[in-house]
Design a protein. Sequence first.
Length: 201
Amino acid sequence: MALFRRACRFGVPLLTPWLMVATPVAAQTAAPAAAPAEAPARVLPALTLVQLEIDAPLSSKTAKIGDHFPLHLALPIALDGREVIPAGARGEGEVIHAKKAGMSGSAGILSLAARYVDVGGRRLKLRSMQLQALGKGNETAAVLASAAVGVIGFLVTGSNSEVVAGSRAAAKTAEDFALSDNPQPAIATLSQDPKKEEGAQ
């Protein structure tokens, strides 16, 4: 007690060293909270089969190699029994070969490939869709006409190949694709046939 009074008289706080020692000790006793373990990212494997629908009419008469056309997922993509990419996700395909119907009666040819569908602003690349439309040829008629009347016979032509909007095709994913924990809904909803809407009313 006498030591305490003497310390107070000279303004020396004896508790300061204790506080200086106790503070770091108390801090050391509080263990940091463990960081939550991250769940492993889910991955849609390459070569997953997907069902597509073409959204624009195409013809070998007007299409050119390198032309792009709209498409969308006709059915949702599922992984382990859970839907991970919704139907309606928009994408794009490309014309890889186009040949008009020939004047000699050969049919038109149109070969298409799927390129990607958009998933939450990211492109899910596609492959192995070789939708090929063949027109109806008329080679025999052209040959016969040519033999009968000469050059005029080559005016007999085959038909151009056509792909109507709404045509279905299968494709596959081109690479592994990391999935979001919260898959985004389809960016745009498909417009309905006005005649169907009137019938529903």
